[in-house]
Design a protein around this ligand. Structure first.
Ligand code: PGA
Length: 253
């Protein structure tokens, strides 16, 4: 059985007080509404990690993640945060290769390999993002493009390491735009990715890999998306900033 995961990516939003309020609400709803079998991951900006961790406490099923980490282990890299530091503050997950990082911070597939290795070496689960732009989708080369991102960044990993990675497919044209890929478009790509993983690591590892959908998932469309056989959860941006919406998405499984 694959893990079902709904990860909230707060991006560069929320002050300390706002983050505390959102986290308390999510933790309370998650407990009160007896959510089971779906892992919720909260990925706030770095300064929130410790206070959010404290609010999560020992709530089973809710875990902490970060939105990025350095490709280096430690040292004189002003402004960077290592996977080792994140782990020491109680993070379990780290989002890597989000399309915003690829686009605005020019993160390459090679750089992401180094980040994934740092994450794994420090016991963090990478949520590795891949996805295509609107131009690539229009050109019809989206499958090849997204498979290439996986091949370049991840396919040097040992089977043991690869099996610790979570994949997030983000059609970039559907991020923060209010557009969503249809559930069928999501399923088609998730299946293509799973087959690609199977071609390298075999069916067992491919079938055990959680592949999340990222791109304007919301309480209105999550049920249909999550009903697809190869969609194992979501990476949620905007809707993760509203406790009720985030919980409703989780409950859409
Ligand atoms: P969105 O972001 O839900 O706001 O579209 C999703 C993402 O960035 O993965």
């Amino acid at each position: 059985m694959r893990k079902k995961i709904v990860a909230g990516n707060w991006k560069m939003n929320l002050t300390y007080d706002e983050g505390q309020k959102l986290t308390s609400e999510i933790v309370n709803m998650y407990k009160d509404e007896s959510i089971k079998d779906v892992i919720a991951v909260l990925n706030p900006p770095f300064p929130h990690l410790l206070p959010v961790k404290k609010l999560i406490g020992d709530t089973s099923g809710i875990l902490l993640g970060a939105q990025n980490c350095s490709d280096k282990e430690s040292g004189a890299f002003t402004g960077e945060v290592s996977a080792k530091i994140l782990a020491s503050f109680g993070a379990s997950y780290v989002i890597l290769g989000h399309s915003e990082r690829r686009e605005y911070f020019k993160e390459s597939n090679d750089l992401l390999t180094a980040k994934v290795k740092q994450a794994l070496a420090n016991g963090l689960t990478p949520i590795f993002c891949c996805g295509e732009s609107l131009e690539i989708r229009m050109a019809g080369t989206h499958e090849a493009n997204v498979k290439f991102q996986l091949t370049e960044s991840l396919f040097d990993l040992s089977p043991e390491d690869f099996s610790k990675v979570v994949i997030a497919y983000e059609p970039i044209w559907a991020i923060g735009t209010g557009k969503t890929a249809t559930a069928d478009q999501a399923q088609e790509m998730h299946l293509a990715l799973r087959r690609h993983i199977a071609s390298k690591y075999g069916k067992d590892i491919a079938n055990a890999t959680s592949i999340l959908y990222g791109g304007s998932a919301n309480p209105g469309n999550a049920k249909e998306l999550f009903s697809k056989p190869d969609v194992d959860g979501g990476l949620i941006g905007g809707a993760s900033l509203k406790s009720r919406d985030f919980i409703e998405i989780i409950k859409s499984f």
